[in-house]
Design a protein around this ligand. Structure first.
Ligand SMILES: O=C(O)CCC(=O)C(=O)O
Ligand SMILES: [Fe+2]
Length: 487
């Protein structure tokens, strides 16, 4: 009894330092490059949730020589026919070579595996069906990498590999890049019983291990950047069957539509034909002007940097309208809509002060009230500084002036008002659809673990993401009666 108590009190004595070091480990892991810039990721696809044909097994069909086609389904059945087919697959594989000093070499002390080229086999396993590429793009694509040139990733099937026990392996190596656009490799492990054969990926003293030997009811995969060293540890038993893919950066991707007019045939929309007729009508905005469409979705923006990229995030009909505007007029812009009521009120008051005639003042007021305020606003949030309550990043209530010292009075408003012909009615102003609230905690990372009441909330660098109304606008040039076209 007493020994139990003393054990528990010594546990308690150890609890705090352990707790501290665990906390430190979490902090360090989060601050490390491996977390900030992941270099290897993995996932799995449960066969139960796969496509109907995959649920019965992943089919490999191959050319077995002399025009004979064969197939085997994985995981392999227990029946003699399946086993014979699998045996034949291994016989039809060639010994896998690897690159050394610019040459392809066969050295089974370094790599012991069978391989088959894509000219000899095909499979019904489809990466696209399972969102593997989408996951890779989401997790490995780094914002702004390569000057923002690349938006997506493309996978090209490269080889089928079989690593068999008791000595299948591939010692540490880096994959040979096949073009400048190559970003990495993807290894897909098909369900096949084996022991050992862990896949290890290393980068800058960090290591990620994938053990695919434990499950036969799923397809498991790992993707990693080209510059990562990796290795297949020894397979002690069974057969480890993988498909390898080369991954390439692409300039298309989930957000490429906004910048790629050819991705879609806009002229197939009824709206396109109708708008084209309107634009070609000489009595419509003869001197030119702005047409606008109120977006059907709300779009979040948290900082000035998100404004120029709003077009990439357009959804559904909003993206279609944006594309049609671009195609027909050559110009389209997505803008956030701000609450200009205070600004407008101030302006009206100033006008009232300066105008002597009551009737003209009220006339101007009406005119102002019918104007619509748009913005490509230029506010400069100070993310690291203190915010005054009313200075919070709130695009729905920005009514301030910014000093740009180049306006007629030395200052220019943060946003400009322009008349717009709305194609489907005015935007729903100022409607806050949702608010995401993120608090940046500035926790002390010193060895002193902050307890609940000593946690410091930094300098209140809170960021509100507002889903505000957005509009798409397009300038029409003046109609030229001579040419029958717009400038
Ligand atoms: O098949 C695997 O598990 C990985 C093989 C590999 O690294 C390669 O083929 O370069
Ligand atoms: Fe490799």
């Amino acid at each position: 009894m007493s020994s139990e108590r003393s054990a528990s009190s010594s546990d308690q004595g150890n609890y705090l330092p352990d707790h501290e070091s665990l906390f430190q480990e979490v902090s360090n892991a989060l601050l490390s490059d491996a977390s900030n810039k992941p270099f290897a990721i993995g996932g799995r696809i449960e066969l139960g949730s796969a496509t109907p044909s995959e649920r019965d097994g992943i089919m490999i069909r191959w050319d077995s020589g002399e025009g004979q086609g064969r197939n085997v389904s994985l995981p392999m059945g227990n029946d003699p026919i399946s086993q014979a087919a699998f045996q034949k697959l291994m016989e039809d594989c060639q010994p896998a070579t690897f690159g050394r000093g610019g040459e392809d070499v066969l050295d089974e002390t370094y790599r012991k595996a069978g391989k088959m080229n894509t000219t000899q086999f095909c499979t019904d396993f489809s990466l696209a069906e399972h969102g593997v590429i989408d996951t890779i793009v989401q997790a490995l694509l780094q914002e702004g990498a390569h000057g923002g040139k690349y938006n997506g990733v493309r996978a090209e099937l490269y080889k089928l590999n079989v690593y068999s026990g008791p000595s299948g392996k591939f010692k540490p190596h880096v994959d040979t890049p096949r073009s400048d656009a190559q970003m990495g490799s993807l290894v897909v492990c098909l369900p096949s019983s084996h022991q050992g054969g862990e896949f290890v990926v290393r980068h800058a003293s960090q290591e990620v291990r994938f053990d695919w030997s434990k499950r036969l009811d799923c397809i498991q995969w790992a993707a990693f950047f080209s510059d990562c060293e990796h290795e297949v540890l020894r397979v002690s038993e069974g057969h480890r069957v993988t498909l390898t893919y080369n991954l390439y950066w692409t300039d298309y991707g989930p957000s490429h539509m906004a910048r790629q007019l050819n991705a879609l045939d806009q002229s197939s929309f009824h709206f396109y034909v109708a708008l084209e007729k309107l634009i070609n009508c000489p009595s419509f905005l003869p001197k030119g002007g702005l047409i606008g469409f109120s977006c059907t979705h709300g779009y979040p923006h948290t900082s000035p940097s998100s404004i120029p990229h709003l077009d990439r995030r357009l959804k559904g009909v909003d993206m279609l309208v944006y594309q049609v505007f671009k195609r027909l007029t050559g110009s389209a812009r997505v803008r956030a809509v701000l609450d200009a009521s205070e600004y407008e009120e101030e302006r009206r008051e100033r006008l009232r002060d300066t105008m002597d005639c009551e009737s003209s003042a009220s006339g101007t007021g009406d005119e102002l009230a019918s104007e619509t305020y748009l913005t490509d606003f230029l506010f400069a949030p100070r993310l690291n500084g203190m915010y005054e309550e009313e200075e919070m990043l709130d695009p729905t209530s920005i009514t301030h002036f910014v000093s740009r010292n180049n306006g007629p009075e030395g200052r220019e408003p943060a946003f400009f008002s322009e008349k717009v012909i709305w194609l489907t009615g005015k935007p729903q102003f100022f409607e806050e659809l949702a608010v995401a609230f993120i608090t940046v905690w500035q926790m002390s990372l010193s060895s002193q673990l902050p307890s609940a009441n000593t946690i410091q909330y930094g300098n209140e660098a809170s960021i509100d993401a507002y889903y505000s109304a957005a509009v798409i606008t397009s300038y029409l040039g003046a109609f030229d009666m001579m040419t029958g076209r717009r400038a």
